[in-house]
Design a protein around this ligand. Structure first.
Ligand code: GUN
Length: 292
């Protein structure tokens, strides 16, 4: 069993981004700039946005966190997005999800100029991704692809089983793995809550991507010997064992699955760190104008 080490890979790629950011800043007289909008005070979202902002600083980007009370109206939020769309000093804009129930996430996503949509959630980016055209790729699937590429894992012809069909991870991941690209060229099964006999489907996977949001959901009896196991889960539970007061669990029962896997990502220290890298790479591309 080999570890897909998100700590090591993300640190290495961030060094490259830092060099490119410095070159951009020297040439343009300003830093790449990411704006993150956070509505309300969900604990997980607070942590993720703080980490995104901190990592921007680390690689030499400017970052701005705009915060709204949970009661902000959809119209006010969209007005702010439209203002940012027009600001030439802002390269990338993300609105952290989930949003409160009174705000339609699709309307918000479509309000963001696709040229600043560094989350890659806008239908234009999604469509372009499916067509293998230059676009912003959603950060988590992008990070996973970068990780597979870093380790030189040959995915062509492999059977990939994605567990979970979210807009953020499962759905774009299934598109990327099926694309005629490297990594890619997999035969993909996208499973979800209505899949019949999930265990049989997951057992077929040479590559398993678990993105379901349930602690230890993928158990050893669901995993083929030698499978590559990618754990996207970040399930938080209160704990007195840690300084932060919570502990993270993946979607994969790591202790029992790892001995069967050829490669596996740990939680923490795996995909989560790569998500940040995906976002930083997209923001740099947005600043450089290499995609649009
Ligand atoms: N919520 C969970 N993951 C993400 C992400 O990648 N982007 C945004 N905007 N919200 C998220």
């Amino acid at each position: 069993m080999n570890i897909l080490d998100g700590k090591e890979v993300s640190a290495k790629i961030k060094e490259d981004i830092k060099v490119e950011a410095a070159a951009f800043t020297a040439a343009s007289g300003r830093k790449p700039h990411l704006v993150a909008i956070l509505v309300g005070n969900d604990g997980g979202s607070e942590t993720y946005v703080a980490s995104k902002m901190r990592n921007c600083e680390l690689v030499g980007f400017e970052s701005t966190n705009i915060r709204y009370d949970v009661e902000v109206s959809e119209a006010e939020l969209i007005a702010k997005i439209q203002e940012i769309n027009k600001d030439p000093n802002i390269d990338g804009l993300i609105v952290q999800l989930p949003l409160p129930a009174h705000i339609d996430p699709d309307k918000v996503t479509e309000a963001i100029d696709h040229r600043k949509d560094v989350d890659g959630f806008h239908p234009i980016n999604l469509g372009r991704m499916q067509r293998n055209l230059p676009c912003f790729i959603p950060a988590t699937p992008y990070g996973i692809i970068l990780m597979l590429a870093h380790y030189g894992i040959d995915t062509a012809g492999k059977h990939a089983v994605v567990v979970g069909r979210s807009n953020i991870v499962g759905s774009p991941m299934s598109i990327l793995l099926a694309r005629n690209s490297n990594p890619g060229n997999c035969t993909v099964t996208l499973t979800h809550s209505r899949t019949k006999d999930l265990k049989t489907e997951v057992l077929r996977g040479d590559i398993i991507v678990a993105a379901i949001g349930k602690k230890n959901f993928v158990t050893a009896d669901m995993v083929k010997e030698g499978a590559i196991v990618i754990d996207v889960g970040i399930n938080r539970e209160n704990s007195t064992e840690t300084k932060s007061g919570f502990k993270l669990y993946g979607d994969v029962d790591f202790d029992n699955v790892a001995p069967k896997a050829s490669w596996i990502t740990p939680v923490p220290g795996g995909v989560g760190l790569m998500t940040i890298v995906g976002l930083l790479k997209n923001t740099l591309e947005a600043a450089k104008g290499t995609i649009y």
